[in-house]
Design a protein around this ligand. Structure first.
Ligand code: SAM
Length: 301
């Protein structure tokens, strides 16, 4: 019985099926990866990261919630170009087998990354934390990144504290997360009770993460990544693309089948009137992000 429950829990962690499709549609329409990569190119080649590889005999990178690896492979390519003589080893914590397979397929197309050894941890970050603590592992990292994944942890402060403790001297913990007062923040906080009932147990935006960072005494630098998503299709009756987007945005399995008419009407009204701007007849949802770079510092370790 215990093993049946564990198997079910493991199956539920991470993206798969229709939800993964919704995410991929969201990424395509919002051009979110392009926006994130532009910001990361600036951050990774700036002063903040100069010391990460300087004088190092090797670098160790950990990706948490890496999905299909589009961001990870780009980050690794930038690091490799910046420090061509420094070998880079990579660990990935990603519970979705579906997305991990896509990550591996993407890697196979990138000859410049072939020499990097990868350790795959197909598990949630809570399971990874438990494994590291139970096994007394001492692996430490120069760069740990969590791009758009913290929503799925129950204890934000504990998770950040744990991963921060895995940083080497001069290491960085990089978090990309939905920004304060964006469409996401307004939607998920207005309907917290109704929406935070599945894999997201509570919704926190980057603004709330910064409050945690301050109380943990961690030093950070923040950059805003402005972005919008055209959600006009969400208001077109019978639009399959609109339904898939709504499913992803509200974490539902078929928005129109799962929620009551009153709730749907309230959410659609909020999306149009409080979370978006209308331009040339198109409804543009504010999906801006924050990129938060947290330093390892002896004072706060
Ligand atoms: C919004 S996607 C972001 C994926 C990727 N970082 C990107 O930006 O394209 C969230 C990712 O977190 C993963 N995830 C979900 N729950 C998780 C958990 N508890 N621990 C680690 N990763 C998780 C999902 O499988 C998914 O790949």
């Amino acid at each position: 019985m215990v093993s049946v429950i564990m198997a079910t829990e493991e199956k539920q962690a991470g993206y798969g099926g229709r939800y993964a499709q919704g995410f991929q549609l969201y990424v395509k329409l919002s051009q979110e990866h392009k926006a994130i990569l532009q910001c990361l190119d600036y951050v990774l080649t700036g002063e903040e990261f100069e010391r990460i590889g300087a004088g190092k005999s090797h670098l160790h990178v950990l990706g948490v919630g890496s999905g299909a690896g589009e961001i990870d492979t780009h980050v690794l390519s930038v690091l490799h170009s910046s420090f061509p003589d420094v070998p880079i080893a990579v660990d990935v914590v990603e519970p979705s087998t579906e997305l991990t397979e896509q990550f591996k397929a993407l890697l196979a197309t990138m000859p410049q990354l072939q020499k990097m050894p990868f350790a795959w941890h197909t598990m949630s970050c809570a399971e990874y934390q438990k494994k590291v603590q139970d096994d007394g592992e001492t692996k430490q990292f120069d760069l740990i990144h969590m791009v758009q994944m913290l929503y799925y942890v129950d204890d934000y402060a504990g998770t950040i504290k744990f991963f921060h403790s895995l940083l080497k001297k001069d290491g960085k913990l990089l978090i990309v997360h939905e920004g304060a007062n964006t469409g996401w923040d307004i939607l998920w906080k207005t309907y917290r009770k109704e929406l935070c009932s599945k894999t997201i147990s509570d919704y926190l935006s980057a603004g709330d993460i910064k409050v945690h960072l301050k109380s943990l005494g961690l030093q950070y630098v923040e950059r805003i990544i402005p972005n919008t998503l055209d959600i006009t299709d969400c208001f077109v009756q019978g639009s399959e693309a609109g339904e898939l987007l709504l499913d992803f945005m509200t974490e539902q399995d078929h928005f129109h089948r799962s929620l009551t008419p009153e709730l749907r009407a309230g959410i659609l009204d909020l999306l149009r009137n409080k979370c978006s701007t209308v331009k040339d007849g198109r409804v543009l949802f504010d999906c801006s992000l924050s990129c938060i770079v947290i330093s390892a510092c002896s004072v706060c370790l």
